[in-house]
Design a binder for this molecule. Structure first.
Ligand SMILES: Nc1ncnc2c1ncn2[C@@H]1O[C@H](COP(=O)(O)OP(=O)(O)O)[C@@H](O)[C@H]1O
Ligand SMILES: [Mg+2]
Length: 323
């Protein structure tokens, strides 16, 4: 059984389906209508639709057989620049067969990782085969692309996707897949993906698979191997209320069932302590206790025992605080 990646399943097939980037898309659609495109340079952050957009353009331009007219290369391919150079020449020098469009499209991802020398060679190749091949170079920063290439390309800047658009897209995919996505789960996905829609979709898929299609904040944090602030907060409150055994059980779950690192749990305890509604002087005292445990953990002490001892101290502190 093969697992289909949702990033691929929900990759827009046409320019009209691409989310956001209205200006970029409308300029590109004009090229498609004219059945002629210049060399292109796409720049912008990861996971916002650069590769998707050029593939969609190719589908709009060539139709269903578009794969025969494009070649996708990655400039940081470990096989090296010479292999890439040969592939480029071999692909670019001949006109496409059986197509109304007289040129192919070569897509060069991570073009900004090429050395200046390699870019100059690439520029010469672009000029030489310009009749039979258009180049679409993709990168994160235009500053890393040599000026002679920039000036020969139409430059398209892809901005970050808006939070609203990412939310909408993630909700849409969750719906199509029958995933029960809670608002807290969506918030956690958004926070972790930081504007990268590919990452957001991947987190959604992994989270959905891990708990039978139910996705809340805790599921998201656990698939990310990150400590759930909510769970730690509950554990902290339990021990401050003097419910030590329950707190220790919560700790055991985080360490053993979720496999989280003691240091990560401790860090989250610390940030939750700072958020407690207690006098500053108590925050200082609790922080000192945490600092001590932190030191012991770095010395290689066992997390269950150290964190357990911390919970016990917190329980005593809670009792004192209530007096
Ligand atoms: N603007 C977008 N509209 C719709 N889906 C997108 C968009 N950007 C990214 N995606 C989703 O994220 C995946 C990765 O996008 P991709 O185009 O490869 O990003 P980039 O090339 O900018 O790193 C796509 O397969 C698609 O599912
Ligand atoms: Mg890409």
């Amino acid at each position: 059984m093969s697992i289909e990646l949702w990033t691929e399943k929900y990759r827009p097939r046409t320019l009209d389906e691409v989310v956001d980037h209205e200006e970029v898309i409308s300029r590109l659609k004009r090229f498609v209508e004219e059945r002629n495109i210049p060399h292109l340079l796409f720049v912008g952050p990861a996971g916002v639709g650069k590769t998707t957009t050029i593939l969609a353009l190719a589908q709009d331009l060539y139709g269903p057989g578009y794969m025969n007219f494009i070649l996708e290369l990655n400039a940081s391919d470990e096989r090296g620049i010479n292999v890439i150079r040969e592939k480029v020449k071999f692909f670019a020098r001949t006109a496409p067969m059986r197509s109304e469009v007289p040129f192919k499209i070569l897509i060069m991802d991570e073009a900004d990782s090429l050395t200046a020398a390699a870019q100059h060679a690439l520029r010469r190749t672009m000029e030489r085969y310009t009749k039979t091949c258009r180049f679409c170079l993709i990168g994160n920063y235009s500053e890393n692309i040599i000026e002679p290439i920039q000036s020969r390309c139409s430059v398209f800047r892809f901005g970050h996707l808006s939070e609203r658009d990412i939310r909408e897209r993630i909700r849409y995919i969750a719906n199509c897949e029958g995933v029960k996505l809670l608002e807290s789960g969506l918030d956690a996905i958004l926070e972790a993906s930081r504007g990268d829609l590919r990452k957001a979709i991947n987190i959604l898929q992994t989270a959905a698979a891990s708990k039978g299609g139910y996705v809340d904040e805790d599921v998201v944090f656990s698939v990310l191997g990150r400590v759930s602030p909510k769970e730690v907060r509950q554990m902290l409150l339990l021990s401050l209320e003097g419910r030590f055994l329950e707190a220790r059980e919560a700790l055991r779950r985080l360490l053993l069932e979720e496999g989280l690192a003691g240091e990560d749990i401790l860090r989250q305890i610390y940030s939750q302590v700072l958020r407690l509604q207690i006098p500053e002087s108590w925050k200082v005292r609790l922080s000192e206790m945490i600092g001590e445990i932190d030191y012991r953990l770095t010395q290689g002490a066992r997390p269950e025992i150290q964190l357990g001892a911390l919970l016990a101290k917190l329980a005593l502190a809670g009792e004192e605080m209530r007096r």
